[in-house]
Design a protein around this ligand. Structure first.
Ligand SMILES: [Zn+2]
Ligand SMILES: [Zn+2]
Length: 280
């Protein structure tokens, strides 16, 4: 397993922040997470990221798309902005030679899953065209709040099939979102069933990344509230997820608040590694 974290600092600094915290893998944003504005990345900065990654031996790198993106929205202006942002994100991720762009599919905002699907599929088709053999698009499962799409494997498989099992489309599973959407990640049998289902319907090779987060919100609550490793309702049982034998080749990224609210740090990463070791 490759232990990583979402690191602040973007294209210029996230990689060094990951190295400083002792990570094997880095997840980053390629734009400010609070605004739609997409920066013109200096080609030198993109090249430096690739060089530094080779030097430092960071084995996996993923870009997380802007949280504001909503490919399922019925609103045309929001939809256009979302598609444009996803295209720019994939282009930047390809230039970085990142392994993936991880994204939340979005919310149909009450219009219903079918209506949302009609928006998502053509959007993803054109974004997937820009991916490379190295850089895939990974749909992240959601906690299931509101009209968010991706609350179950069924929903992810429906999108996957509607895109004819596109060669560069995969998934990222988030432990907090699984728990909030009703899959008890602390139970080996529940994980075995989920992974067998994923393998049968998509192929386990489509699962390319994990997010390890504890949850402040209860099982099945559909609320997305990340907690630090060991501090939430998943607790020690998160070990069942990260130490599952079928997941050991994957990068796992922390997206925890951190003790100070500044996000993942060396201490959280250490807790994750310790937990993993205890469950071996
Ligand atoms: Zn996540
Ligand atoms: Zn979340």
């Amino acid at each position: 397993m490759l232990f990583g974290a979402h690191c602040s600092g973007g294209v210029k600094k996230a990689l060094d922040n990951a190295v400083a915290m002792g990570a094997d893998a880095v997840q980053l944003f390629v734009q400010s997470p609070r605004t739609w504005r997409f920066p013109n990345h200096d080609p030198d900065d993109l090249a430096r990221f690739r060089d530094r990654r080779a030097e430092t031996g960071i084995a996996a790198a993923a870009v997380h798309a802007l949280y504001l993106v909503n490919l399922a929205t019925p609103d045309d202006a929001m939809y256009e902005k979302s598609v444009e942002t996803m295209r720019a994100t994939v282009d930047a991720a390809c230039a970085l030679e990142a392994d993936a762009v991880i994204f939340h599919v979005g919310s149909h905002l009450g219009a219903g899953f079918e209506a949302g699907l009609e928006r998502v599929v053509p959007a993803l088709a054109q974004v997937l065209d820009r991916c490379s053999e190295t850089t895939w698009l990974l749909m992240e499962n959601t906690a299931g709040a509101g009209g968010t799409i991706g609350r179950s494997l069924d929903e992810l498989v429906t999108i996957f099939d509607a895109l004819s099992r596109h060669a560069r489309l995969g998934v990222c599973l988030d432990s907090c979102h699984l728990y909030a959407s009703g899959t008890d990640v602390t139970h080996r049998a529940a994980l075995d069933a989920l992974l067998a289902d994923l393998d049968a319907r998509m192929g386990l090779d489509r699962l390319r990344a994990l997010h390890a987060n504890d949850s402040k919100a209860p099982l099945g609550s559909n609320r997305d509230r990340h907690d630090n490793i060991g501090d939430g309702l998943i607790g020690e049982g998160l070990g069942a997820f990260i130490a599952h034998p079928k997941l050991q080749e994957l990068p796992v990224y922390l997206e925890v608040p951190g003790q100070d609210g500044h996000g993942p740090n060396a201490e959280e990463l250490e807790k994750l590694r310790d937990l993993h070791a205890r469950w071996q």
